[in-house]
Design a protein around this ligand. Structure first.
Ligand SMILES: *Cc1c(COP(=O)(O)O)cnc(C)c1O
Length: 480
């Protein structure tokens, strides 16, 4: 607690708050506005230019940097270039998903146009989740959602929300399914997932209030895909045991291997059994833009809800995810509530308010991060880039298959290929060799109970040379 004395001293020192004397520091003058903006933007441009050369993995950190990062904010003003240096140094530590050598997990490569959109959105700082407050910007976000609904062949009654990522999209999907299929009392409900379902679905079920035994993990059949017959048997058994089967979560691009579940047969089963079909296409959804992807994702148009991650499939900066739902009424039923302090926010024409359809009220104007890059580059640029990644994955697949000492575990359906050495020690040695190169990072998982390496070729900056370099590093690692 500050004493009365110290509080009044501070007040005395700060007053008068007179622009003529000190300026209002939180409202920089015109020159400062420009100088600061230029300084930040030139850092972003330098970063973009350096991405092909900076180490994709780096873990050495100077003690002095850690001290700077832990420091409390000072009472007095700092210096922007110095602060930007600190952030720049901190950003060199760890894995760099924007690097063309980042082939681990699912790359989020961060399109430059998306970064500019984010800066613009924050600069505009508008309240876009209630249509009445920013009707035209809300309409812009609506147009992004409409485009997504049409991409997946959803009917006119469909709608969706922009989320911070696939995890939150899965969460809203699970809650929507729960409300739609089970109502308010749902402890006897069952949620079916596969062995390769992303863990965010189990987390969503938990956050949605399902007890742990509501989650049923169905075995995989061929190609790491959910076994539809086994699912059918599980549903029958659960009904016989007095439970209420409610929701099936299918993959359109599993994180482990990029496998796509048999969406048509799953839609048939869900239709017969009255189950909600949620397709987690966080990683794979945007391959729907390509001819090959559309073939592989066939059946997705019959889902009740779909998660997609524009920050993966459209290469956008982090925190750009989406959920689309076949029937907007189900989304609204799960999320809409009223409040007296929002009573002035009457609807504005047909423009949907995201606040009625999602858990969030205040949030960033994230639709601009999707809208601006799509309109600036055109959809074909994204389709071509995704096609290139599909081609590169086949190049990697063929090369890995022809490498003595390696076993490739599946034929890639999207842009991930999983492989391993004949013994686990060699598998680990390859991972270590590649990941300490500074040029490429891979990640590992467990498949059929044994370690496996994943190469996920998804970043928009990743082209043939870097894939060849990755393959050469894998071969070298085998010889270590
Ligand atoms: C990445 C991913 C998620 C989680 O998405 P975030 O955007 O990281 O929250 C969910 N499902 C799948 C299949 C994913 O690949």
């Amino acid at each position: 607690m500050p004493t009365r004395h110290s509080a009044s001293r501070r007040t005395a020192r700060r007053l008068p708050y007179d622009r003529a004397v000190t300026g209002y520091p939180l409202e920089p003058d015109d020159t400062t506005l420009q100088t600061w903006g230029d300084a930040v933007l030139s850092r972003v441009v330098d970063h973009e230019r350096s991405l092909a050369d900076v180490p994709v993995a780096r873990y050495d950190v100077a003690e002095s940097l850690l001290e700077l990062l832990a420091a409390r904010p000072p009472e007095d003003a700092g210096d922007l270039p110095v602060l930007l240096d600190v952030v720049g140094e901190a950003a060199r530590v760890g894995l760099v998903p924007s690097s063309p050598g980042y082939l681990a997990y699912v790359p989020v490569s961060g399109l430059y146009a998306g970064a500019l959109a984010e800066l613009l959105a924050a600069g505009l700082n508008r309240y876009v989740t209630i249509a009445r407050i920013a009707p035209a910007l809300a309409a812009l976000e609506n147009s992004v959602i409409r485009w997504l609904c049409e991409l997946f062949g959803f009917p006119a009654a469909s709608a969706g929300i922009l989320t911070s990522g696939g995890s939150m999209a899965n969460f809203s999907g699970v809650v929507t399914a729960r409300v739609s299929r089970l109502g308010d009392r749902f402890a006897d409900g069952v949620v079916y997932v596969g062995e390769h379902t992303h863990h965010s679905v189990a987390k969503s079920a938990r956050l949605a209030g399902f007890p742990p035994d509501a989650l049923r993990t169905v075995a995989s059949g061929d190609g790491f895909r959910l076994d539809v017959d086994a699912l059918g048997r599980a549903v029958t058994d659960d009904r016989a045991a007095g439970r209420r089967p409610a929701l099936v979560v299918a993959n359109a691009g599993s994180t482990d291997t990029g496998s796509v579940d048999a969406l048509g047969p799953l839609a048939d089963l869900c239709g017969r059994e009255g189950l909600w079909l949620h397709v987690d296409a966080a990683y794979g959804g945007f391959f729907q833009l390509t001819e090959r992807g559309r073939r592989r994702l066939s059946g997705i148009e019959r889902a009740d809800s779909i998660t997609v991650d524009p920050h993966k499939g459209l290469f956008l900066p982090l925190a750009t995810g989406a959920l689309v739902v076949r029937d907007v009424a189900t989304l609204r039923a799960a999320h809409a509530l009223e409040a007296t302090y929002l009573q002035d926010a009457q609807p504005w024409g047909d423009v949907l308010s995201a606040a009625d359809l999602s858990p969030e009220l205040s949030r960033d104007f994230r639709g601009l991060r999707v809208w601006l890059p799509l309109h600036l580059h055109g959809v074909a640029a994204f389709r071509d880039a995704l096609d290139e990644k599909l081609d590169l994955t086949m190049v990697a697949y063929e090369a890995l298959r022809q490498t003595d000492g390696l076993e490739v575990l599946h034929e890639p359906e999207l842009t991930t290929v999983a492989f391993r050495a004949h013994d686990d020690d060699h598998t680990r040695a390859v991972l270590e060799h590649v990941n300490q190169s500074g040029r490429v990072v891979l990640s590992s998982t467990m498949l059929d109970g044994r370690p496996a390496l994943r190469m996920c070729i998804q970043g928009h900056r990743t082209h043939r040379e870097r894939v060849d370099e990755a393959l050469a590093l894998v071969r070298e690692g085998l010889r270590c």
